[in-house]
Design a protein around this ligand. Structure first.
Ligand SMILES: [Zn+2]
Length: 130
């Protein structure tokens, strides 16, 4: 079996594995967003009565919520790409993304080399680029 070769398209089984991985992470993100939203609601609601519990202004919680929402969005985009068969190609160089990387980070839009380049160029780039 040579399906680890870079240029192989995803097999039906691999697509199923990716879909599972995406759905797992999607559920995790929905849960995270719910918890973060509740935490923020609590803070907004009871801020006056419990000012010492918050480590600082709301920026950390808001930033975490923004990140969770952005990740949820990128997971949903990945599911759409999986449906319309454009999934698994690097947006930067157009090469197929290696399967192990896809199982690890199923919402990724870049192959390993391109992602490393982006991280080297700008540390925060890879997180925000869909
Ligand atoms: Zn690439």
């Amino acid at each position: 079996m040579d399906h680890h070769l870079h240029a192989q398209p995803l097999t039906p089984l691999e697509r199923l594995q990716i879909r599972d991985a995406l759905q797992d992470r999607w559920r995790d993100q929905v849960r995270a967003i719910t918890l973060l939203s509740l935490a923020r609601y609590d803070r907004d609601d009871t801020g006056a009565s419990a000012p010492l519990e918050a480590p600082g202004p709301g920026t950390t919680l808001d930033a975490a919520l923004d990140r969770a929402r952005a990740r949820l969005e990128s997971l949903e985009q990945a599911m759409r790409r999986l449906d319309n068969r454009s999934y698994g190609r690097c947006v930067r160089c157009g090469e197929p993304i290696a399967f192990p990387r896809l199982t690890q980070t199923p919402e990724t839009t870049r192959c390993d080399p391109c992602s490393r380049q982006a991280v080297a160029a700008s540390p925060s780039d890879d997180v925000s680029v869909a």
